[in-house]
Design a protein around this ligand. Structure first.
Ligand code: TXA
Ligand code: MG
Length: 326
């Protein structure tokens, strides 16, 4: 059934939708999420269906504060508390051992749950007023780039949900840093705005960025291995160029160019990354060329998203454009 999707600033619309077991799109500081009552398996199943997301890819549960984390996770380590106190509410997700209250469908049957305390006041209001923990993946169709405005969500999910709560443009622009704290050590499964350097200096220990694990199904066997190799992909193929200057100097109607070096700092590049890919994608060119940023700090997260969105690399050899597909 096709629904009439409305962009609204009315928090009560979002709360009543959640309480009637229907997913609703909500703003967070990172990207927009598609939220449902995490304690209601039927509502959570609808999130997977609306996104066309396979149920073996677990969801993040968004809660209000640290006492909520203590309700839905067990065996919370000192490192976890340090991270929570320093970085939340904010763009951080912790993988912790789950409490039995969290239904299996939220975690794809895993013993661990991803928990996050978001900072956006509208999202926080919806948690507070509904009294529910909210399972919320990014509000895009499966495999597409995350939306960073209410209008982006409309393009992704028009007709599939009733309400998009409009909280303006996201202020971070890329998804939260996902940190695993269950194996005794601390590992970053998904780099984000909160960097490895910040985490290492807070915890006074080495932290590994484990992109392999973030790509994998966390112990669940994929029906189709390799299916999740590409995330966040635009429709127009995106190629990474080492020599972006060549493409900037040889503009052509065939391709669009995203030059991240125009931003004075990497935070701004992160903030604009998905928006720029989406804008270029909508122009319907044959391909898009993008350059990476310096691979440190938040740049690691930006380059991770570029890798996942791209179809390969492109270079100009003697004036001829050569693609190297993944
Ligand atoms: O910033 C964000 O994190 C946004 C906003 C909406 O909060 N959410 C988001 O959700 O990016 P999603 O579903 O697009 O990405 C969740 C990531 C995935 O890489 C997923 O595999 C991982 O978190 N994840 C979720 N539950 C997990 C679990 N129990 N164990 C390991 N990884 C988990
Ligand atoms: Mg996502």
């Amino acid at each position: 059934m096709k629904l009439n999707t409305v962009i609204t600033k009315n928090i009560d619309n979002a709360v009543s939708e959640i309480l009637s077991a229907s997913p609703v799109a909500l703003p967070t500081e990172t990207v927009y999420g598609l939220a449902a009552d995490a304690l209601d398996p039927d509502a959570v199943l609808k999130v997977y269906e609306i996104k066309s997301r396979p149920t073996f890819n677990p969801l993040i549960v968004h809660v209000y504060d640290i006492p909520d984390i203590e309700k839905y996770a067990v065996d919370i380590s000192d490192d976890a508390y340090k991270l929570l106190e320093k970085f939340t509410p904010g763009p951080l997700t912790l993988i912790l051992k789950k409490h039995w209250l969290i239904p299996d469908i939220v975690t794809s049957g895993l013993e661990n749950v991803a928990l996050r305390i978001p900072r956006h006041s509208m999202f926080r209001d919806v948690i507070k007023i509904s009294g529910k923990p909210l399972a919320a993946p990014s509000a895009n169709r499966f495999g597409r780039i995350s939306p960073t405005s209410a209008e982006d969500v409309l393009k992704e999910l028009d007709g599939r949900i009733r309400f998009i709560l409009d909280g303006g443009k996201c202020t971070v622009g890329i998804e939260s840093t996902v940190i695993s704290l269950t194996a005794g050590d601390v590992r970053i499964f998904r780099p984000g705005f909160i960097t490895r350097e910040e985490i290492e200096s807070l915890l006074s220990k080495r932290v590994k960025i484990d992109l392999e694990s973030s790509e994998k199904p966390f112990g669940v066997s994929y029906e189709s291995p390799g299916m999740l190799k590409s995330h966040y992909a635009p429709v127009t193929p995106l190629f990474v160029a080492d020599d972006i200057e060549y493409f900037l100097g040889n503009v052509s109607p065939a391709f669009g160019v995203i030059d991240l070096s125009v931003y004075e700092d990497v935070k701004k590049a992160a903030l604009n990354l998905f928006k720029m890919i989406r804008e270029e994608d909508e122009k319907g060119k044959e391909f898009i060329v993008i350059s990476k940023v310096t691979d440190s700090g938040i740049g690691i997260a930006v380059n991770d998203r570029i890798d996942k969105a791209s179809s390969g690399t492109v270079s100009a050899v003697n004036g001829k454009i050569v693609f190297n597909r993944k």
